[in-house]
Design a protein around this ligand. Structure first.
Ligand code: 6CS
Length: 283
């Protein structure tokens, strides 16, 4: 059996040299080795189709996990295992070591870019409102809801739409945090909120499945930008992120990236037309 070397008795210089060998890059590479040995990467998702989805039999799909699964396979990590979380808990969970990577459509914003290590862009989308047919209150922007003293909006907790509603001046008491699409739909149908806001493809997916003639989609929400996500790794896992990015770039170049995301309604060209650097710098 290989005898492990003890550091006992070594001079300070020798100990420093030994430790230096397992410096940041070696530690970060060992993260990929750990995932290979583990046989899977622990991803976190929100179960918000078409970004992410978990079927009744537990199968994980959606554009983001499907891209991540393919890339990890190319890196020698056999599969991904998903946990479901609301957006606001994803970064703290990643930092606490509960997940290896966020693959949930967590759009890049300066504050998030400071807290995690994003890959290059993957999924881009604009914002939408789901509301009563005929848009009786004439909502086109988050500010319209703020200006209406009776206006109420449902948004995902810790998600971008929550921030946009509050930033537009909707008082906290008129912003309802919604745990998932079905709950948002029900609250809208029951008249407990006037608007449910998610990215366009998520709202369109919900609207199509609901097939409720009393509902209507407003998309894009005026005054909002197209945003893009990336896979979000922990600070310190830059080597793993870089390895992920090498495979992502190859798949973008070969057309395999488009083959995975475009059937879900996403545009590969949109992701390839921007960069992490640009997205992390923009508001
Ligand atoms: O990144 C976000 O905050 C938003 N991303 C998605 C895919 N859905 C809602 C969420 O607010």
């Amino acid at each position: 059996m290989k005898k492990t070397k003890s550091l006992a008795g070594l001079s300070c210089a020798a100990i420093l040299a030994a430790v230096a060998v397992s410096g940041p890059s070696a530690a970060a590479d060992s993260k990929l080795d750990k995932l290979k040995a583990q046989g899977f990467a622990r991803v976190v998702i929100a179960n918000e189709p078409p970004f992410t989805s978990v079927s009744a039999d537990g199968k994980v799909s959606g554009a983001s996990p499907d891209v991540a699964r393919e890339i990890f396979k190319r890196l020698g990590v056999a599969d991904v295992v998903a946990s479901i979380s609301e957006y606001g808990a994803m970064i703290p969970g990643l930092q606490a070591g509960r997940f290896d990577v966020i693959t949930a459509g967590l759009f890049m914003k300066p504050q998030r870019c400071a807290a995690v290590t994003y890959s290059e862009p993957m999924l881009c989308d604009a914002e939408a409102f789901l509301l009563k047919k005929g848009n009786p209150k004439g909502y086109q922007t988050f500010a319209d809801i703020a200006k209406d003293p009776t206006g109420t909006i449902g948004v995902p907790g810790g998600g971008g739409e929550e921030k946009m509603a509050l930033a537009a001046g909707v008082p906290r008491e008129r912003v309802t945090l919604i745990p998932d699409g079905q709950s948002g739909l029900k609250m809208l149908q029951d008249g407990r909120i006037d608007v449910y806001s998610l990215p366009v493809l998520s709202i369109n997916d919900l609207f199509k499945k609901a097939s409720d003639p009393n509902l209507e989609v407003v998309a894009p929400v005026q005054g909002t930008q197209v945003q893009c996500d990336g896979a979000a790794f922990n600070k310190g896992d830059e080597a793993l992120r870089d390895a992920f990015d090498v495979e992502l770039a190859k798949m973008k170049k070969s057309g395999e990236f488009a083959k995975i995301i475009e059937p879900y309604g996403f545009s590969a060209a949109a992701a390839m037309s921007t960069s992490r650097e640009k997205l992390c710098a923009s508001q």
